[in-house]
Design a protein around this ligand. Structure first.
Ligand code: NAD
Length: 483
């Protein structure tokens, strides 16, 4: 089976590579020519553990290809995954422009039965919208041609609910050579059935390859038994390792993704709120998180206090869900609180720095970590960058270091002082701030750091160090929710 993945970013590249490694033929498509050229020159556009090796292996074994030619790849594939970005609009609702763009682009390349699988995080109803977009294009074509020949929902591929199944016309002349059992004798236009599937992705950057190949669950939203069978075939290697499958309708699949991300964002925010309370009363948030996590109903995951959630998903998905609920006439009060508490968390971190340094004008602050979390070069909505921007506003100078995210940050914030390592960053700084939980920051030579700093102030926003030990070394130490 041949598969196209439209959008070769974090999700698309990992999905495409892992599916190729399952033995399928995969074409990864992107509109970004540089990205595709780099990949064809064996240069990765993103960092993900184990990804480089898998790409090299599958390219060599002729299962994985990269191209900007969306038309040709769709024509050649039976299944088309959409994995393009869905950034927020100005009003924070989800921006579905790219998904819609892809739907429009693939319309006239559908030359036989196709399964169109949406992997991008999209709001409820996008599966139906993709169908509508294709239908609108059909209507436009109908106006320009004398004999309308297709009816949405007339496909035999999905007898259950025609709403998510369509038949589209191929423009005369575009696929003259495409053989199809549905081709009209002597007609200029051809009808091809397709089904739409919602298959949200739950991988985590930093361990995306592992997560894709060992997922907690696979969610498939479709009303077409034929498409479902094809999806099950694609994910067969995961069936073999007993991965649970949730088979549902597209709307439910779409909402599952938002519910998961909003819940995890809420869990992070909850422990941050407890940490802030700990700061007021001298309690230790780590002990609290440990005790909470021992409760089987709660689980210890996502109970790590810090500067608030970031990354390309949680901030935009919480905002989009809140906005979407509002458009449905429902005020999602809990989510409103989570979003505003997460924003405040950044400000509270800056308050901690100010508490120890006073007026920040002219002060030099050493920041360790720029990525939104460890093991990634992704800086989208990174708490570290938000904190840096607030510090810059207060007149501080920033020295910084990150093992992977410096190049990306330089494009956004060129005027920071970028250092070679942790020690050069600390040199002649007024305080050291740990903003990302990189493993290599966990075992710094603190005595060396102390000698390099102008004043021995350590603000550990990821709670990597034992406060008592740091203090015993002569540091003024502050973490999040424990002193
Ligand atoms: P990304 O920005 O890394 O990649 C998106 C890619 O799509 C880019 O390379 C872009 O050039 C390409 N693209 C956009 N429009 C295109 C078009 N018309 N034709 C071809 N290519 C096009 O985004 P991402 O982080 O991979 O996220 C993709 C989707 O998956 C988003 O909806 C996101 O919310 C969701 N998601 C992301 C993660 C994650 O950890 N990053 C996890 C789960 C779900």
């Amino acid at each position: 089976m041949k598969i196209s993945i439209i959008g070769t970013g974090y999700v698309g590249l990992v999905t495409g590579t892992c599916l190729a490694n399952f033995g399928l033929q995969v074409i990864c498509v992107d509109k970004d020519n540089d990205k595709i050229q780099q990949l064809n020159n064996k240069k990765l556009s993103i960092y993900e553990s184990h990804l480089e090796y898998l790409i090299e292996k599958n390219v060599k074994e002729k299962r994985l290809f990269f191209t900007t030619d969306i038309k040709k790849s769709v024509e050649e594939s039976q299944v088309i995954f959409i994995a393009v970005d869905t950034p927020p609009n100005h009003d924070v609702s989800a921006n579905l422009k790219q998904v819609e763009e892809v739907a429009q682009e693939i319309v006239f390349s559908i030359n036989n039965y196709k399964v169109i699988v949406n992997k991008s995080t999209v709001l409820i109803g996008i599966a139906a919208k993709i169908s509508r977009i294709i239908q609108e294009y059909r209507t436009k074509t109908d106006k320009n041609t004398p004999s309308p020949s297709v009816i949405l929902g007339a496909s035999s591929a999905c007898p259950v609910k025609p709403c998510f199944t369509g038949v589209i016309p191929a423009k005369a002349g575009i696929h003259p050579s495409s053989p199809s059992p549905l081709r009209r004798e002597g007609g200029v236009r051809v009808k091809y059935p397709f089904d739409i599937v919602s298959n949200p992705e739950f991988l985590r950057e930093g361990s995306a390859v592992y997560e894709f190949t060992h997922p907690d669950k696979i969610v498939i939203g479709t009303t077409s038994p034929k498409a479902l069978k094809i999806m099950q075939e694609i994910y067969r290697p995961l069936y073999l390792i007993d991965t649970p499958f949730v088979i549902t309708n597209p709307e439910t699949a779409e909402l599952i993704k938002y519910a998961c991300n909003a819940f995890l964002a809420t869990k992070i925010t909850f422990i941050n709120e407890i940490a802030n309370l700990c700061d007021k009363v001298g309690a230790d948030v780590h002990q609290i998180a440990k005790a909470m996590g021992l409760d089987g109903r709660i689980s210890p995951k996502f109970l790590h206090p810090g500067p608030g959630y970031g990354g390309s998903c949680f901030p935009k998905d919480t905002e989009a869900l809140y906005h979407f609920a509002a458009t449905c006439g429902y005020e999602f009060k809990l989510l409103k609180g989570v979003i505003s508490a997460n924003k405040r968390q950044r400000e509270l971190m800056v308050d901690k720095i100010k508490h120890h340094l006073g007026d920040l004008k002219g002060k030099t602050i050493a920041i360790l970590g720029l990525a939104f979390k460890q093991n990634t070069d992704d800086i989208r909505k990174s708490p570290s960058l938000d904190i840096i921007k607030l510090l810059l506003k207060e007149g501080a100078h920033i020295r910084c270091f990150d093992p992977l995210a410096m190049d990306n940050t330089k494009k956004n914030l060129p005027n920071l002082t970028y250092c070679q390592d942790e020690y050069e960053t600390a040199d002649e700084s007024d305080a050291l701030v740990i903003a990302t939980e990189w493993n290599q920051f966990r075992n710094l030579d603190l005595l060396k750091i102390k000698k390099l700093l102008k004043s021995p102030i350590l603000l550990d926003l990821r709670n990597l160090y034992d406060p008592a030990k740091a203090k015993a070394l002569g540091f003024v130490y502050e973490g999040v929710g424990r002193k």
